[in-house]
Design a protein around this ligand. Structure first.
Ligand code: HXC
Length: 510
C-alpha cells in the first residue's frame, strides 16, 4: 500500500509541476503566476478540489504521442470564495502554451456542466495560445462545445472570465459570452486577429497591447469590465465581485452582515445639487453616501463615464446601481452609455439583483455620429432592459429628467416600483431655454420677452410636482433621507412577484 500511495503522490507531483521548472520560471519572469498559483489565490485556503488531474490528450500526430503531460494545459475543479462554492478552470500556459485540445475543452465542459447542475458560478482564467494546432478540427470542436455551454449557462449561473495572458482568435468568444471580463494590465490581450494579420489585411501597424490590451478593452471597446495591475490584485477583485453575486438565478443575492444604520441621515446631501442647474456635481458621492459603509463596486468604470454602473449593499443585500454622472457630458445618454447600462440592468434582472437608478439626465446626445451609429437602436436597449426587468426597481431623480431619457431611466411607466424625486428635480420634455425657443419662436428677437417666457416655463415645469400630481413620482423626498427611503423601499419589495406574458424569449434590439 505504501508503494501505491507513493506512486499516487509521484504522479500528483508530476502533474503539479506543469510544464517544468524552466517554463514556470519564464512565466514568473513575465510577472505572471502559474495556473495553480492563481487558483490558490482565488479560492479560500485549502478549499480547492481538483478534477481530471491525470487527463492527457489523445493526439498522435506531429510526435504528440511522446508529449502527453498530465492535466493537458488546464487545471479544473471547485472550491469556495468566502465559504461560497464556485467552479474554476485555469489554463496553464506552461503546458503546451495552455492551448486547447479536445481533452482540454472536455475538462472545461465537465466543470461547466457541474456548475449549472449544482447552481454555482464559473470562473475561467484564460492564458492560452488558442486552438492546439496539432489537433486541428478536434480543437475547434472543443471550443464549440465550450461556447454552447457558455450560452446555456448564461442567466443561470454567473460566469466570470479573467484574462491573464494571450486570448486570441475565436477563443475570445467564450469570455465574450460571460457576464464579466477582468484583464491584467500589460500581460494580457484579447483580439480576433493579431497585429500581423491586421498589418497584412489593412496595412495598419499596431502592437498587441494597443490592439487588444487591458487599456483598449476597458476604455475603447468596452469588451472588458475592469483591469488591474497584476495577477494578485485581479484575483482579489474577483473575490470581491463574487461576494456581491448570487450563486445562481434561483437564489436571492447574498445578504452580508452590515454595520451601518439603514436610516442614517446624510445632511450633506441637501447641498449636493448646486444652485446653478448647469453646474456639475459628482453622482458617486450620492452612491457612496447611500451604500452600506460607503462600499461601491464599480463595473466598467473607465468606459462611458457619463453613466455609472456597479454594486452596493443596502441592509447587507446586494443592489445594482445605475446612475447618470453629471460630471461627464452633463450625464447625457448616448450609444455607449445606453449599451453599458442596458447590459448591467439585464445582468441584475437575470440574477434577481434589485435595481437602484439615480437620475440626472438632460436627454440623448444629438449629432450625426450618434444617429449614423444607431443611437435609436442602442438607446432602445436600455429602455427595453428596464421595461422587461421584473426585479425591485427604485428610482431617485436628483435634478434633470428630460424627454425620452426621463422615460428610459426606470420611470414609473416602465414598471418602476418606487419613484422618488428630490425637490431640486426638473421633470419635463426639455430644459426651459430650449422649450421657450420652440413655443415662443415669434418672440426670439425680444430678449426680455424670452427671459419672461423662460421664467414662466421654469416656474411651471422645472420641479417634481407636476409629475407628483399625476402619481408618476410617488413622493418628493429630502435628499438627506435618501438612504433611509431607498432602504425601506427595497425592504418592502423583498417578496415582489411580477408576471410577464409567456414567450420563448424577447427580441431586444441588438
Ligand atoms: C500548440 C502551442 C500553441 C498552440 C503555443 N504553443 N501556442 N502549441 N498549439 N496554439 C506552445 C509553443 O509551441 C511553445 O511550446 C509554448 O506553447 C509556448 O509558446 P511560445 O511561442 O514559446 O510563447 P510566447 O513567445 O509567449 O508566444 C505566445 C503566443 C505564441 C503568442 C501565444 O505561442 C503563438 O503565436 N501561438 C500560436 C497562436 C495561434 O496561432 N493559435 C491558434 C489560433 S486560432 P514549447 O514546447 O516550445 O514550450 C484559434 C482558433 C480558435 O485559436 C477558434 C475557436 C472557435
Amino acid at each position: 500500500m505504501k508503494d501505491i500511495l507513493s506512486e499516487l503522490e509521484n504522479r500528483r507531483a508530476e502533474a503539479r509541476q506543469g510544464g517544468g521548472a524552466k517554463r514556470v520560471e519564464a512565466q514568473h519572469a513575465r510577472g505572471k503566476l502559474t495556473a495553480r498559483e492563481r487558483i490558490e489565490l482565488l479560492l479560500d485556503d485549502g478549499s480547492f478540489e481538483e478534477f481530471d488531474m491525470f487527463v492527457a490528450h489523445r493526439c498522435i500526430d506531429f510526435g504528440m504521442e511522446k508529449n502527453r503531460p498530465y492535466s493537458d494545459g488546464v487545471v479544473t475543479g471547485w472550491g469556495t470564495i468566502n465559504g461560497r462554492m464556485v467552479y474554476v478552470f485555469s489554463q496553464d500556459f506552461t503546458v503546451l502554451g495552455g492551448s486547447v485540445s479536445e481533452t482540454h475543452a472536455r475538462k472545461i465542459c465537465k466543470i461547466m456542466d457541474m456548475a449549472v447542475a449544482n447552481g454555482a458560478p464559473v470562473i475561467g482564467i484564460n492564458d492560452s495560445g488558442g486552438a492546439r494546432i496539432q489537433e486541428g478540427v478536434d480543437s475547434l470542436a472543443g471550443y464549440g462545445e465550450v461556447f454552447q455551454r457558455n450560452i446555456m449557462a448564461s442567466g443561470v449561473v454567473p460566469q466570470i472570465s479573467v484574462i491573464m495572458g494571450p486570448c486570441a482568435g475565436g477563443a475570445v468568444y467564450s469570455p465574450a459570452m460571460t457576464d464579466f471580463i477582468f484583464m491584467v494590465k500589460d500581460t494580457s490581450y484579447m483580439f480576433v486577429t493579431g497585429p500581423d494579420v491586421v498589418k497584412t489585411v489593412t496595412n495598419e501597424q499596431v502592437t498587441a497591447e494597443e490592439l487588444g490590451g487591458a487599456s483598449t478593452h476597458t476604455r475603447k471597446s468596452s469588451v472588458a469590465d475592469a483591469a488591474f495591475d497584476n495577477d494578485v490584485e485581479t484575483l482579489a477583485e474577483v473575490r470581491r465581485l463574487v461576494d456581491f453575486l448570487p450563486l445562481n438565478n434561483r437564489e436571492k443575492p447574498p445578504v452580508r452582515p452590515f454595520f451601518d444604520e439603514p436610516d442614517r441621515i446624510e445632511d450633506s446631501l441637501n447641498t449636493l445639487v448646486p444652485e446653478n442647474p448647469n453646474t456639475p456635481y459628482d453622482m458617486k458621492e450620492l452612491i457612496t453616501k447611500v451604500a452600506d459603509e460607503g462600499d461601491f463596486y464599480e463595473i466598467q468604470a473607465d468606459f462611458a463615464k457619463n453613466i455609472i454602473t456597479g454594486f452596493i449593499r443596502l441592509e447587507g443585500q446586494t443592489v445594482g446601481v445605475v446612475a447618470n454622472q453629471p460630471m461627464v457630458l452633463a450625464g447625457v445618454l448616448d450609444i455607449d452609455s445606453a449599451r453599458k447600462a442596458a447590459r448591467f440592468v439585464r445582468f441584475c434582472d437575470c440574477f434577481e439583483i434589485p435595481l437602484l437608478t439615480l437620475v440626472d439626465v438632460p436627454g440623448f446626445l444629438p449629432g450625426t455620429s450618434q444617429e449614423y451609429n444607431g443611437v435609436i437602436k442602442h438607446g432602445a436597449k436600455l429602455l427595453f432592459a428596464y421595461g422587461e426587468a421584473t426585479v425591485p426597481k427604485v428610482t431617485v431623480i436628483t435634478r434633470k429628467a428630460y424627454g425620452g431619457a426621463y422615460v428610459v431611466m426606470s420611470s414609473k411607466h416602465l414598471r418602476g416600483d418606487f419613484n422618488y424625486a428630490w425637490p431640486t428635480s426638473e421633470i419635463a420634455v426639455m430644459g426651459a431655454k430650449g422649450a421657450t425657443e420652440i413655443i415662443h419662436r415669434a418672440d426670439l428677437g425680444d430678449p426680455e420677452k424670452i427671459a419672461r417666457h423662460t421664467q414662466d416655463y421654469e416656474d411651471r415645469f422645472a420641479n417634481p410636482f407636476v409629475a407628483a400630481e399625476r402619481g408618476f413620482i410617488d413622493e418628493v423626498i429630502q435628499p438627506c433621507s435618501t438612504r433611509k427611503r431607498v432602504a425601506r423601499a427595497f425592504a418592502s419589495l423583498r417578496n415582489k412577484k411580477l408576471q410577464t406574458p409567456w414567450k420563448k424569449h424577447d427580441n431586444i434590439p441588438l
